[in-house]
Design a protein around this ligand. Structure first.
Ligand code: 13P
Ligand code: SF4
Length: 311
């Protein structure tokens, strides 16, 4: 890439000021992207940051549904994503027309959709949730209502267990969180008997069963910061370790590997499509942009606002 300046960080900084841009990054981004971001957070924190920013341009370093959420909340702002093809296996697993068919089979059911879904799915949902607030969102629905939970069946099953609510689960999974190896987890636990196992609720139930703590990326980070244990076995995307090392430099952090020895399966291939070079080009050209039909945006906004109103 000849267009990339030698002083990449300096150039990003100049462009950020020139365009009055804010750089928002998810914890699963490469370390160098996290280090240039103005704000790093989980899905809920990033949506809130996008809602409250005064910037003219939002450079979203995450995956498509996250940048799309920022656009739904900010129709008047330019929202750019370094790589427009950075998708999500959960969002891809749930096309809106198929979810509509499930709704048709359960008329009257309330649809709770995990934020990892397209704007079209949001538009036919009653309320959105993230891994930080899924329990609270489900508890807010009257006990007499049937619930369809889409698109993550693992998060749905976990929330169903926590709340005691039976739900119709959409059969989607995260390609990262479904690949963690139980055998390696057992091996690691026997090597590090004092280790705490911490897991994201997108993991399968047989992995969650070993966890001392289950939570969103920001909750996992906070648990590592405040918990007095020498070692943590981390069952989520390994990008989070960058911030964990910063908040707990003396603690041993072991990313749980996937089942395949030959792949970095605990790295999300979608999240990792963004690079510092693409970030620079996006900021220079204000492209690629998230664009959306206004009617769709307004329909998708309603369930997002319901989630925000729950606090
Ligand atoms: P968090 O909201 O916990 O950051 O999760 C986002 C995500 O995509 C997890 O795979
Ligand atoms: Fe989607 Fe999984 Fe990647 Fe998160 S880690 S963006 S859920 S594919």
């Amino acid at each position: 890439m000849n267009d990339i300046p030698h002083d990449l960080l300096g150039a990003i900084d100049r462009l950020r000021k020139e365009h009055n841009a804010v750089i928002l990054a998810h914890y699963y981004q490469d370390d160098d992207i996290q280090d240039v971001a103005d704000f790093i957070g989980d899905s809920l924190q990033l949506a809130k940051a996008a809602q409250t920013t005064n910037a003219d341009v939002i450079l979203f370093c995450g995956v498509h549904f996250m940048a799309e959420t920022a656009k739904i909340l900010n129709p008047e702002r330019v929202v750019i994503l370094p790589d427009l093809t950075a998708g999500c296996s959960l969002a891809d697993a749930c096309p809106a027309p198929m979810l509509q068919r499930m709704k048709d089979k359960h008329p009257g059911a309330k649809v709770v959709s995990y934020i990892n879904c397209s704007a079209a799915v949001k538009a036919i949902s009653d309320v959105i949730c993230t891994s930080s607030n899924a329990e609270r969102v489900v508890r807010s629905i009257p006990a007499s209502d049937e619930i369809i939970f889409a698109p993550d069946k693992n998060l749905g099953a976990y929330v169903s267990k926590q709340t005691g609510r039976a739900m119709h689960l959409w059969p989607g999974t995260c390609i990262v969180h479904e690949t963690f190896s139980e055998r390696k987890l057992i091996e690691l636990q026997s090597k590090h008997p004092r280790a705490h196992v911490i897991a994201h609720p997108e993991c399968e139930a047989h992995i969650l069963a070993y966890a001392h703590f289950i939570g969103s990326t920001s909750a996992l980070l906070e648990y590592v910061r405040k918990t007095d244990a020498p070692t943590f076995i981390v069952a989520t995307e390994s990008g989070i370790l960058h911030q964990m090392k910063k908040v707990a430099p003396t603690k041993e952090l072991i990313p749980l590997p996937g089942m395949d020895e030959n792949c970095a399966c605990n790295e999300c291939p979608h999240m990792r499509k963004n690079t510092l070079e693409k970030l620079y080009l996006a900021l220079r050209d204000l492209q690629p942009r998230i664009e959306m039909d206004e009617g769709l945006r307004q329909r998708a906004l309603v369930p997002l606002q319901r989630m925000m109103a729950l606090g």
